[in-house]
Design a protein around this ligand. Structure first.
Ligand code: SF4
Length: 363
């Protein structure tokens, strides 16, 4: 299969791993931002073929995980209304808020449906004109253009019973917040591949220029990830800071301009609260201007409260790369994928779920 098999070639993977071994001269700390990278690193067993001195930490790149508990409570409150059908991606449904999850709300009678895209939610709205259909809009730059397109479609078709619960987030402001925390002590960053397809590699240049961080954009096959780590090792050894695009078959410098135009047409930036990172200026998006009524928080005057993390849960620290799941006293005991306490154990891209699924011994 073109563009996949060649990046899984065992000889290439072995030679890249050996080259990384040769290049590393001191302990190096690299963050993989994207939850899909976290899962790919585990799935392909890459930690076992990387040098012990190379310390990989996960970042805030799982959209379900960074959604704070106060927002989940607000999702559940809206979902509990008799006049509402809630449409959500599957990962979100089991994430607990302070008084239960969307799955609990559904068990109490709320009409909550799992969808694969916002276009599915539009169809539900067409089929149920007497109900307000609320799409839980989570996700980063990769998902946001689809949501913008769905709002444009609803506007064009005059579908007034469709709206979103805006909980999308954009990645650069969150990375800037992380970089200001010097205790993180990062040597390099594996930039998120999917997000970069939309934003372009230039969106991450400020990390190299303003924060002196070596950056590399990686794809999701084993050789993609190792190529990017090798690029980071070369920058670190040279003492240079730039963004190396190691995913050129998908990522350009400027990104997907059409998708970015869609987003700019529909949304305006707002401050947004992230689990673990607090409120970050300009890191969220809400529909603007003639699209503003597609925002359910505006239409129904919904307030979102600040709620504490579940007692004992370290998701906030894990999302900042400050702790590993094995440092959480609840990991694998009180908190498992079948009985999760925090979102990092629920999501397919959650760090705790990856550690649990693939085994701590694979680290
Ligand atoms: S193991 Fe569970 S409780 Fe601990 S940090 Fe992960 S999700 Fe939170």
């Amino acid at each position: 299969m073109k563009y996949i098999d060649e990046y899984r070639n065992p000889d290439l993977v072995r030679s890249l791993s050996a080259e990384i071994q040769r290049k590393i001269t001191r302990p190096v700390r690299i963050m993989e931002v994207c939850g899909t990278h976290t899962m790919a690193i585990f799935r392909h067993g890459l930690r076992r073929i990387l040098p012990e001195k190379l310390y990989l930490v996960s970042g805030p790149g799982c959209p379900v995980c960074v959604t704070p508990p106060g927002l989940i409570d607000a999702f559940c409150k809206v979902a509990g209304r008799r006049d509402v059908i809630t449409a959500t991606f599957g990962d979100m449904i089991r994430v607990p808020g302070s008084s239960g999850s969307l799955a609990d709300a559904r068990a109490k009678g709320a009409d909550i449906r799992i969808v694969y895209s916002p276009a599915d939610a539009i169809q539900i709205a067409r089929d149920n004109p007497e109900k307000l259909v609320v799409f839980i809009a989570i996700g980063f730059e990769t998902t946001i253009p689809l949501i913008a397109a769905s709002i444009l479609q609803a506007y064009r078709e005059d579908i007034n019973n469709f709206c979103i619960f805006p909980a999308n987030k954009v990645m650069p402001p969150a990375l800037e917040t992380l970089m200001k925390d010097t205790s993180l002590n990062l040597d390099g960053l594996l930039c998120p591949g999917h997000v970069s397809i939309i934003t372009g590699s230039e969106a991450f240049s400020f990390l190299a220029e303003d924060y002196g961080l070596s950056c590399a954009i990686a794809g999701f096959e084993p050789a993609d990830i190792l190529l990017a780590i090798l690029a980071l090792m070369e920058q670190i050894n040279e003492g240079s800071y730039r963004v190396d695009n190691c995913y050129t078959r998908a990522v350009t410098a400027a990104g997907n301009l059409k998708a970015r135009e869609l987003v700019q047409e529909v949304f305006t930036p707002v401050d947004s609260r992230w689990r673990g990172l607090g409120t970050i200026a300009g890191s969220g998006l809400v529909p603007k201007g003639k699209y503003a009524d597609f925002d359910v928080t505006r239409r129904l005057a919904i307030q979102v409260s600040e709620i504490d993390e579940p007692p004992g849960c370290l998701c906030g620290e894990i999302l900042k790369g400050m702790k590993r799941p094995s440092e959480c006293p609840l990991f694998g005991k009180n908190c498992t994928p079948s009985a999760p306490i925090g979102p990092c154990m629920v999501s397919n891209e959650g760090t705790c779920a990856a550690w649990y699924r693939f085994g701590v011994e694979s680290i």
